[in-house]
Design a protein around this ligand. Structure first.
Ligand code: NDP
Length: 322
């Protein structure tokens, strides 16, 4: 099969298309022919070596397609089923093997591209808005990178829960997309001091929660946006990792909380996975959760997809099509 295989970590150029053996499903696993594969920022961390993986490896951990073979001891799915999954590496390929315990049936009225786009970022937005900090009606919330993949979905879910959404973006075009997703206040954090703006927009009070996926360049400012006992949700580091931090700051800035959550722990059981994926796919089918699918690349152009994602040129979801 054709797949992107990384033999050494580094820049986007290490994403080379190769001919590799098609994997064989083991016990409890299915072989899936991939129709669409999701690109996520975590793929950049693995490509760079920021997150460790044994070489060589096929990157990517989100896809949708059709089951074409089954290993032993598989009861829950059958050949021909349309499925989507995330959190299993090896999806930048024509075929991938995944444990059936991770597979979610794609509802009839949803395309493979929509399913591949919704799983990882949709369930992330879901746990952030409902579980890490359960947004309450009337809350002011700050969401960084509001026109990004997670950002657009999290904004819509925060609005569904009755929040007033303050969001940061780097350009006017992205501000318009964030507004369309329901954001109330857009802050161009490349041009103005976002922490000062958040204070101004909240009458000096600050916000009860900041959702920060940008990390290195925003972390200190994000803490300054919180009201006493506010929650700092650091869920990514698109601008780089946050350096070591003196915990006493949490006291001096108002008895703050910091958490560094990850989807794996918020979709830890089959029940929780089904609940989050079920909500997300149902909302997409109903049209109450809108996906932005403007950035699809052939599998062979994975390197360009990464370049564009890292250069902040993409908005919403980035897909690879085998
Ligand atoms: P995005 O589509 O949000 O892309 C990243 C965005 O970050 C850019 O578009 C850009 O928006 C902003 N950004 C700010 N500074 C930089 C920089 N120096 N370089 C690149 N981008 C920058 O990506 P995803 O939706 O895939 O992921 C968003 C974040 O969420 C990532 O950090 C990812 O790791 C994290 N994540 C965490 C999960 C978890 O469970 N913890 C699960 C899924 C994602 P702008 O131009 O507006 O500044």
């Amino acid at each position: 099969m054709r797949a992107i295989q990384i033999t050494q970590t580094g820049g986007p150029e290490v994403l080379a298309l190769r001919e590799v053996p098609t994997p064989t499903p083991g016990p409890g696993e299915a072989l899936i022919q991939i129709e669409a594969c999701g690109v996520n920022f975590i793929d950049v961390y693995f490509r760079e070596g920021r997150y460790p993986a044994q070489l060589p490896f096929i990157p990517g951990q989100e896809a949708a397609g059709t089951v074409i073979a089954l290993g032993p001891d598989v009861g829950a799915v059958k050949i021909g089923d349309r499925v989507a999954w995330c959190g299993v590496s090896g999806t930048y390929a024509e075929f991938a093997v995944a444990p059936v315990s991770k597979l979610i049936a794609i509802p009839e009225d949803i395309s493979a591209r929509q399913a591949a786009a919704a799983m990882l970022q949709g369930m992330t937005a879901h746990y952030l808005a409902h579980s890490t900090y359960a947004i309450q009606r009337g809350d002011d919330v700050l969401i960084h990178a509001g026109a990004g993949g997670v950002g657009l979905l999290l904004t819509q879910m925060a609005k569904q829960r009755g929040a007033r959404v303050l969001t940061t973006v780097s350009t006017e075009e992205k501000a318009a997309l964030a507004r369309k997703a329901g954001a109330d206040e857009m802050i161009l954090y490349t041009q103005e001091d976002f922490a000062a703006k958040v204070r101004e927009l909240t009458g000096g009070k600050g916000v009860p929660v900041v959702y920060d996926s940008v990390g290195k360049t925003t972390f200190d400012g994000s803490l300054a946006c919180l009201r006493p006992r506010g929650v700092m949700v650091l869920y990514g580091g698109s601008s780089g990792a946050v350096p070591p931090f003196d915990l006493i700051q949490l006291s001096t800035k108002g008895s703050l909380y910091v958490t560094r959550p990850t989807l794996k722990d918020y979709a830890a059981t089959r029940e929780e996975l089904e609940l989050r994926a079920g909500d997300v796919l149902r909302w997409v089918a109903q049209g109450s959760l809108k996906l932005r699918l403007e950035h699809s690349y052939p599998l062979a152009e994975a390197a360009q997809a990464h370049r564009d994602l890292e250069a902040r040129k993409t908005t919403g979801k980035v897909l690879l099509i085998p």
